[in-house]
Design a protein around this ligand. Structure first.
Ligand code: SF4
Length: 143
């Protein structure tokens, strides 16, 4: 299925449910597959590294915190990367990025451009959200 989607041979999917899953679960799965294949965007997208010895914070907890703060921003791509060595390069085409810069320090990115460096980890999620809010407001003022 993934190969068909990526090669452009698929516009939609039909999932057959034998009644053991809720409709909400089936819908979430279907929309998740469509978004992963870039066919239809219905939620915020997160791109995160798997973590390694270089990861500078608790990746799992941080992903959960960033998701809780930004899950209403449908269509945005947010990168959450463990370190500054490879993180910015691996964020692919994320709109905004949250990257470990040192122990307890985070740098924020807009695309590939660093917009705020070495923020204390405790403040970083709120600062990211504030930056995105202001940035989107600027865009809507221009548009
Ligand atoms: S971005 Fe950094 S922390 Fe994450 S997997 Fe790559 S090297 Fe490791």
């Amino acid at each position: 299925m993934g190969a068909l989607i990526l090669d452009g041979f698929c516009d939609g999917i039909f999932l057959f449910n034998q009644g053991s899953l809720s409709h909400a679960t089936v819908d979430a799965t279907a929309f998740g597959i469509l978004q992963a294949g870039r066919i239809r965007t219905s939620k915020t997208e997160y791109i995160s590294c798997p973590g390694c010895g270089r990861t500078l914070y608790d990746l799992e907890k941080t992903i959960a915190r960033v998701k809780a703060a930004t899950s209403h921003l449908t269509g945005l791509k947010i990168g959450i990367m463990g370190c500054i060595v490879n993180g910015p390069g691996e964020m692919a085409d994320a709109d905004y990025g949250y990257v470990g810069a040192g122990r307890g320090k985070i740098s924020l990115y807009k695309g590939k451009v660093c917009i705020d460096k070495n923020i204390p980890e405790e403040e970083a999620v709120e600062r990211l959200l504030e930056f995105i809010r202001n940035d989107l407001k600027k865009k809507s003022d221009i548009g």
